[in-house]
Design a protein around this ligand. Structure first.
Ligand code: DQA
Length: 147
């Protein structure tokens, strides 16, 4: 079983209620249930915190024994050198995701402090951004297995 950790940062506990025109009206928990059903071969763990240091602690905790981390750091994406350093400190590859297309929004959302430390970035596909990130972790293996 491939172990994948999803980490959501500040205000993402309010998905479903928070600015539904931007983030949709589904809760993350209902999305996660579907994702787990669709990918029974992955062990998908989920963690959310509004606190920067707790996000860092979680990256340290899983970052040496999980196959991948899918990180939506919310607004810390745009500010946090500490999260950048945490991503660089661990072995597990991290994919940065965003639900909204941050590049079509306010200019303060255009820059990410995290992207350069990540394996890749998936932006703007709604909640499906998480599934696409999961696919990215799985698909690289699929092609290896064909060789
Ligand atoms: C977000 C985009 C960020 O700019 C914002 O602060 C969030 C959510 C997204 O998923 O679209 O909290 O990361």
């Amino acid at each position: 079983m491939k172990k994948i950790q999803i980490i959501n940062g500040p205000n993402l506990n309010l998905l479903g209620k928070r600015e539904p025109a931007v983030y949709g009206s589904a809760t993350f928990e209902s999305y996660l249930e579907k994702l787990r059903k669709a990918y029974p071969d992955c062990e998908i763990s989920y963690y959310q915190s509004n606190i920067e240091g707790e996000l860092i602690n979680k990256i340290h905790e899983v970052g040496f024994n999980y196959a991948g981390i899918i990180l939506n750091a919310g607004a810390y994406t745009h500010t946090s050198i500490a999260l950048h350093d945490a991503i660089k400190s661990v072995e597990t590859p991290v994919i940065e995701v965003h639900i909204s297309n941050v590049h079509a929004r306010e200019s303060f959302r255009h820059h990410s402090m995290l992207s350069a430390a990540c394996k890749g970035v998936i932006v703007g596909f709604g909640m499906d951004s998480y599934r696409l990130a999961l696919e990215a972790f799985i698909a690289s293996d699929k092609l290896d297995n064909l060789a």
